[in-house]
Design a protein around this ligand. Structure first.
Ligand code: PMT
Length: 407
């Protein structure tokens, strides 16, 4: 969402990882951004210019004197750019940028860029660790450039070590983060997500359809907005968000332990997890066998701890507590009862039971009820967008609270 309509410069320099820049370009285009690619001569030894021209739907700049009808093309590109990314960035280009050398289209354009710049070094491990390369990266970092550390793994030179260009989806994620306003800077946020599973026997369990998508979207959005995020997650099939501390749990008891252990340092607590209200009273140690003589069986269940209610009792005046309410009927009435009973500052009432909202869906329809009696209706939209509106509302509430305290 953040990249839609933005003008980005993608600088490609001469390393074997130049092929990954093609995939990065494809991903960037999907976000709705307008991309201008600038290639060094050596980059073109690895990947042809035509590939980038076709995918970006823009001419590729590689020669200041022959490629363009405008004599100041590099200035036009630099002035119009919302951000610039160099991926992969070779030691040579890094050195030029660090020392203000402008002897090709990319280094000349970069000198005129005033918007955020991300540099993604990629090279042989010894080259990367060389004191001169590290010194140049330090200079660029001090100058305000964002340096994306390379990954470790197998390199083109048949060695294993640090120097691989990170995967394109990761670079895209970090570009989005770079351009996101850091309005949660300094905040610690504790989030729970996904389902809990309660064993009946070693092979069977009681659980629900939560995929973790909503909770993970909130965790990702908080991290991008500058928060330090701790995510306590039930079993899901999603990768942990980048830069988020993720603790994996299975049962409600385990989730309760982790949430309470991390509660004191949290400024904001958001409880998205779909927790099993009941668990089997007597989980069996061996698999329950089918008996031909029995048509029906029953499993006795016992109540699980209500984690949110416990947090509501313990929370301090400084902490902001958000619960979710998954409802099929009487959305507002049930959500307001839960908000009061669990001592919440805000509750996200979530229509569930439809294909496009609630469990498993990529979209969600939510109404936020706030303790002061106000509410925010969030129509059906992507869970990523729901997450951003939920965070905007929390930030508004926190600053209103601060203003009241300062009066
Ligand atoms: O994971 P997804 O597939 O993306 O789906 C998202 C979601 C539908 C799970 C999510 O948006 C949602 O609505 N989460 C709350 C689910 C739920 O358990 O609702 P509830 O009304 O049963 O519980 C109310 C609140 O109490 C929740 O914040 C829940 O985390 C908490 N709770 C409930 C029971 C319990 N024993 N302990 C708790 O802390």
């Amino acid at each position: 969402m953040i990249l839609q309509g933005k003008d980005l410069l993608l600088g490609v320099t001469g390393g074997i990882a130049a092929y990954k820049a093609v995939e990065l370009l494809r991903l960037l285009k999907k976000t709705g951004a307008n991309i201008h690619v600038i290639m060094t001569d050596s980059a073109q030894e690895f990947v042809g210019k035509t590939t980038f021209e076709v995918l970006s739907e823009n001419p590729v700049l590689s020669d200041l004197f022959f490629d363009t009808h405008s004599s100041v093309k590099h200035i036009d590109l630099a002035t119009g750019a919302d951000a610039a990314v160099i991926a992969p960035a070779t030691a040579n280009t890094i050195a030029k940028l660090a020392h203000g050398i402008a002897d090709d289209a990319l280094s000349t354009t970069l000198l005129a860029v005033t918007s955020p710049v991300m540099i993604c070094p990629s090279m042989n491990t010894d080259m990367y660790q060389n004191i001169r390369v590290q010194r140049n990266l330090d200079i660029l970092e001090q100058d305000g450039c964002h340096i994306l550390d390379p990954d470790s793994g197998a390199l083109a030179c048949k060695t294993v070590g640090t120097g691989r260009l990170p995967e394109p989806w990761f670079i895209l994620d970090r570009i989005c983060s770079m351009l996101t306003k850091k309005d949660l800077d300094g905040k610690n946020i504790l989030i729970s997500a996904g389902p809990t599973v309660e064993a009946i026997d070693p092979v069977r369990f009681v659980s629900n359809h939560s995929s973790g998508k909503m909770g993970y979207a909130i965790a990702r959005a908080c991290e991008k907005r500058g928060a330090k995020v701790m995510l306590v997650s039930g079993p899901v099939n999603i990768d942990p968000p980048v830069n988020v501390d993720c603790i994996h749990v299975e049962t409600c008891d385990e989730m309760a332990d982790q949430m309470l252990a991390n509660l004191d340092s949290a400024d904001i607590i958001i409880k998205v997890a779909a927790v099993a209200d009941y668990k089997p009273l007597d989980p069996k140690k061996s698999k329950i066998k089918k008996k031909d003589s029995k048509k029906d069986i029953s499993i006795s269940m016992t109540e699980n701890p209500d984690i949110l209610k416990r947090i509501g009792k313990k929370k301090t005046n400084k902490q902001f507590l958000v619960g979710f309410a998954a409802e099929t009927d009487d959305l507002e009435k049930n959500a307001l009862i839960k908000m009061k009973k669990k001592n919440l500052d805000m509750i996200a009432a979530n229509i569930v039971g439809a294909k496009d909202s609630g469990f498993k869906a990529d979209t969600n329809k939510v109404k936020l009820f706030i303790k002061d009696g106000s509410s925010v209706d969030i129509p059906l939209m992507e869970k990523e967008k729901v997450a951003d509106i939920l965070i905007d509302t929390i930030i508004e509430q926190l600053s209103a609270k601060e203003n009241r305290c300062n009066l």
